[in-house]
Design a binder for this molecule. Structure first.
Ligand code: NAD
Length: 508
């Protein structure tokens, strides 16, 4: 197979096909673009022209380069005109039988060494290849929308895909300026697989009534650094898209509890609360566009009144506060004896607050916990137990409000919100590395570029410390007795050996 692909055919000139055609043409390939709908080609060319003109207007591209790119895209009306292609990429409707029929037809047209690539997001590349006479030439080449701006692409190797086909696609990916991520053919590939934990764990926290959706979103944005929270994301994607994907991946992994969605998502889908597209999802989009709060809904962060609150916190033991948190506190308000304090502040990580209070035999009405991992001057998460009084919550929030630190209040949850969600993300990535779905650095790059998380999940796990991630998961596992939280062997072994999570197996 040709390792320097220059003649590319693209079938399907919709949102994805036109983008793929544009990036290939910009990299110097001659591109032939086909579509079964008569007006689709003209619309695609117009859209590419507009996009290039904008790049010229912003000074990112010269007019000559824009003209050259456009001139390399040839709209063609019939598949048989792709007979000289070295690579044909399909970006047509997401239906297996239709894609299989297309590849069968293409096999009779293109040269024997032409690579057939699919841009499918959810179908089995293996099943698509199996319908072809030469499955070794079939691979996945999965771009993200919009193709010109999302600079990552998954190269999917099915069991019978030739290594040369994968290498040629990786090489072309580099030429078009995309980070290639090589993955085996598995449900969700890398990006959509790695993204499971964020939304499903967010939904689980909501289903447990740990906090309202806007508080959960606020914590994950403000404290953990996600661009948007899971409920903003679900509203953007639409539950009509997200729920079937969640259910499909859960099913494809034979009901593995790590992927288990919660029933409230389907109930909301049935109710038609899809998100932005129906103007009502978790947020309302009636009237002016809804902007989810970036600070807590209680509004206490605006209250600068200096509270006369006496506090006590343990300085050692499993519920002790780390120095990153005590640095945020008025240390002069700390009293020596727990019984003298208005607020007892704990920071357990491997149990919920209720268990920590029972263990320490403290007055449960006065206790409140603070997330020791993701607390900073940007925001803190305060966690009550079922016996915590409203006065304690109010007093604790006032302490932070007086220092202009937003505080989010949640109900008891082992691992709070951000550590719990991030630990699940790290654990899932560890499991993907364990199963060899992709190499550790590819998993990290795919998640950073494809999902926009602040760090790749394995890198994030290393920043937090594998031990700490393991501690959070063990706490979740022990509290809920739910196999969803079982730690991946990749995480357990690397924690035991003090190896980075991003380190590949030495013998691999
Ligand atoms: N839109 C996304 O965010 C996204 C992201 C990654 C992958 N994908 C995948 O890319 C593919 C295309 O998605 P899209 O969003 O561009 O769809 P789209 O509906 O915008 O475009 C599909 C185009 O394919 C044409 N088409 C359909 N059947 C055809 C056939 N048999 N022969 C020739 N042309 C045909 C249609 O006329 C249409 O112009 C799907 O497999 C989808 O799952 C989509």
């Amino acid at each position: 197979m040709n390792q320097d692909l220059r003649k590319v055919g693209v079938v399907g000139a919709g949102a994805m096909g036109r983008g793929i055609a544009q990036v290939c043409a910009a990299a110097g390939c001659s591109v032939q673009l086909v579509d079964s709908a008569t007006d689709a080609l003209a619309r695609a060319i117009d859209s590419v022209r507009d996009d290039l003109s904008q790049a010229v207007a912003k000074g990112r591209l010269s007019q000559a380069d824009a003209d050259a790119t456009l001139s390399r895209i040839e709209p063609v009306s019939e598949l048989k005109q792709l007979s000289g292609c070295e690579l044909v990429v399909e970006a047509i409707v997401e239906k297996l039988e239709v894609k299989q029929a297309l590849f069968k037809e293409l096999e009779a047209i293109v040269p024997a060494d032409c690579i057939l690539a699919t841009n499918t997001s959810s179908l089995s590349v293996t099943a698509l290849a199996a319908a072809c006479a030469s499955p070794e030439r079939v691979a996945g080449w999965h771009f993200f929308n919009p193709v010109t701006r999302m600079r990552v692409v998954e190269v999917i190797q099915a069991p019978r895909t030739a290594l040369e086909a994968v290498q040629a696609l990786v090489s072309l990916s580099k030429r078009i300026g995309h980070r290639a991520v090589v993955t085996s053919d598995s449900p969700g590939f890398v990006v959509n697989h790695a993204g499971r934990a964020f939304v499903t764990e967010g939904l689980k926290l909501l289903a447990e009534r740990t906090a309202e959706h806007q508080v959960l979103d606020g914590i994950l944005r403000t404290c953990a650094g996600f661009r948007m929270g899971p409920f903003e994301l679900l509203d953007l994607t639409g539950l009509d898209v997200s729920v079937p994907v969640m259910e499909s991946i859960h099913g494809q992994y034979y009901g593995d509890d790590r992927y288990r969605p919660v029933t409230l998502a389907r109930t909301r889908l049935l109710a038609g609360l899809l998100g932005r597209k129906t103007r009502q999802g978790f947020y309302s989009y009636e009237g002016k566009p809804a902007a989810p709060p970036s600070s807590p809904p209680a509004g206490l962060s605006d209250d600068k009144a200096s509270p006369e609150v006496s506090m006590w916190w343990p300085v050692d033991g499993p519920a002790a506060l780390p120095s990153s948190i005590t640095a945020l506190l008025p240390v002069e308000r700390r009293v020596a004896q727990a019984h003298e304090a208005d607020v007892l502040l704990l920071a357990p990580l491997d149990t919920d607050l209720s268990s920590a209070v029972a263990e320490l035999r403290l007055d449960a009405s006065k206790v409140i916990a603070i997330d020791p991992v993701f607390g900073s001057a940007n925001g803190v998460t305060l966690m009550s137990c079922p016996a915590t009084s409203a006065a304690t919550v109010d007093a604790a929030q006032r302490v932070f409000a007086a220092r202009s630190i937003p505080s989010f209040v949640i109900a008891d949850s082992p691992g709070y919100v951000a550590p719990r969600v991030v630990a699940c993300i790290v654990n899932l990535a560890c499991e993907m590395a364990q199963q060899g779905i992709a190499a550790p650095d590819d998993i990290d790059a795919a998640v950073r570029l494809g999902l926009g998380y602040p760090f790749g999940p394995l890198e994030w796990g290393d920043r937090l410390g594998a031990d700490r991630v393991l501690q959070i998961l063990k706490g979740l596992h022990a509290t809920f007795e739910d196999p969803r939280y079982r730690p991946s062997p990749w995480l357990v072994r690397r924690a035991r050996l003090s190896l980075p999570l991003s380190a590949p197996d030495r013998l691999a």
